[in-house]
Design a protein around this ligand. Structure first.
Ligand SMILES: O=C1O[C@H](COP(=O)(O)O)[C@@H](O)[C@H](O)[C@H]1O
Length: 238
């Protein structure tokens, strides 16, 4: 079914001339939000994405003077692989974000050995319930297919992942296009966050984003933009 163009009030487009300037600006915005959260409730929770895009942003953020010992870092989503795998989002975070000043942060991973992805999701869901909710900051990425978090267009039970009324924190994901099973925050927990950024780089991602907000089939990223109660801050550089 054809859909209306997404109202641009659902997001703010922040474009930068190059990737280092984007990394500095995004790190500055995230640092401000974490510092404010620490001042207001004594702790701050940051959920970050993995993949190929965030390394420079992570390195920049890791050096900023934040009360990192009061910050909890977790993942928006994870591939069901150990941290030693080059495909591990936890491995990317350990190597690039949990460095410098940010070494003092507490990291809550999603992957741990379990008999299967369903068991892992259930125990992550239980473990993450002890964090202070809602999340203060969520930094999303997006694939060229319009997936964000592990909301792949061909995921089994995509409607469950995208249910804004879900009471789940973490759900398992099976999707042929994903490469391996995944663990993901649900859309319901992402959209509650005080600050949501979408970090995308390159012309292909800009084209994919433009396509997702144009009339046409509903891509997962569009579900987040539509459901979020405040504009998502999109950070883009060529
Ligand atoms: O698989 C994933 O992909 C997205 C996008 O990754 P990128 O390599 O295109 O930047 C990422 O946001 C997500 O966390 C990751 O698991």
């Amino acid at each position: 079914m054809a859909r209306e163009q997404l109202n641009s009030a659902s997001y703010n487009w922040n474009a930068f001339p190059d990737r280092p300037q984007l990394a500095a600006a995004l790190a500055g915005r995230v640092a401000d939000r974490l510092t404010r959260a620490v001042a207001e409730r004594g702790t701050a929770v940051l959920a970050v994405s993995g993949g190929t895009t965030p390394a420079k942003f992570f390195a920049t953020l890791s050096a900023l003077p934040i009360a990192w010992d009061k910050v909890i870092v977790t993942l928006v989503d994870e591939r069901f692989v150990p941290a030693s795998s080059p495909r591990s989002n936890a491995g990317l975070v350990a190597a690039n974000l949990l460095q410098n000043a940010a070494k003092a942060a507490r990291f809550v991973p999603l992957y741990h050995e379990a008999s299967g992805i369903e068991d892992a999701a259930a125990s992550d869901d239980a473990a993450l319930r002890s964090l202070p909710w809602p999340l203060d900051v969520v930094v999303l990425g997006m694939g060229p297919d319009g997936h964000t978090a592990s909301f792949f267009p061909d995921a089994d039970d995509l409607a469950k992942l995208l249910d804004p009324a879900s009471d789940r924190i973490i759900l398992p994901v099976h999707a042929a296009s994903a490469g391996e099973p995944r663990l993901t925050l649900t859309l319901a927990r992402i959209i509650e966050a005080g600050f949501i950024a979408l970090h995308i780089e390159g012309e292909d991602k800009r084209t994919a984003f433009d396509g997702a907000v144009a009339p046409g089939p509903r891509k997962p990223i569009r579900a987040v933009l539509e459901a979020a109660p405040r504009p998502v801050e999109v950070f883009w550089a060529p």
